[in-house]
Design a protein around this ligand. Structure first.
Ligand SMILES: Cc1cc2nc3c(=O)[nH]c(=O)nc-3n(C[C@H](O)[C@H](O)[C@H](O)COP(=O)(O)O)c2cc1C
Length: 176
């Protein structure tokens, strides 16, 4: 089966996952912005991943413009975020980013990334600076708030090749 990995990554976490997945599956890899109709047409399995930005998955909207071309293909999606990946959080993100039909016709995964404030530029850096200001002023910060604040001080990463196993095994099982 011809497999194509498509990704959007701003600070590199999603890109690393995309490279690991493509390597393990012997797949072609392309950035969402460079994806061509020809590449999509020749693939049997299409996998898309994007980093999370305020519950929106980067690149997914652009990728889903090709939705009619994905008919009859296996489509797997993942997103990479800094959150610990509680099922209700992950499901909520998918429900916000996909239509009921897209939810029905895709298989979805969450691959935990990390947070590196030093790699942020422009609007992202500004938004996250404001967030840090707000978090610092909270009277009763939650454990997640405290965890987030700690990430500003020390770049964190939960990147691990093992995290890709459920996705990679799912795609391999399509071949069986
Ligand atoms: C502006 C901004 C908003 C973010 N919002 C979220 C969020 O809502 N949930 C989350 O888990 N992570 C959030 N993150 C963290 C990123 O999703 C995380 O760093 C991810 O690994 C980035 O992937 P990338 O390196 O491939 O761009 C945010 C980061 C930035 C800069």
């Amino acid at each position: 089966m011809r497999t194509l990995v498509v990704y959007t990554s701003k600070t590199g976490f999603t890109k690393t996952y995309a490279e690991w997945i493509a390597e393990d599956l012997g797949a072609e890899i392309v950035r969402t912005q460079d994806l061509s109709r020809e590449q999509l047409a020749s693939a049997d399995v299409v996998i898309h991943g994007g980093g999370l930005r305020a519950s929106r998955i980067e690149g997914l909207r652009t990728f889903l413009r090709h939705w009619p071309l994905l008919k009859g293909k296996h489509v797997a999606l993942w997103h990479t975020g800094a959150n610990p990946g509680r099922p209700e959080t992950v499901e909520g993100v998918w429900e916000q980013n996909l239509t009921p039909e897209q939810l029905e016709r895709t298989t979805r995964f969450y691959l935990r990334g990390g947070f590196d404030f030093t790699r942020l530029r422009g609007v992202d850096r500004l938004v996250m600076s404001i967030m840090r200001f707000v978090l610092k002023r909270k009277k009763n910060p939650s454990a997640d708030d405290r965890g987030m604040l700690a990430m500003y001080e020390h770049p964190t990463t939960e990147l691990s090749r093992e995290n890709t196993a459920p996705l990679v095994n799912h795609v391999r099982s399509l071949d069986a």
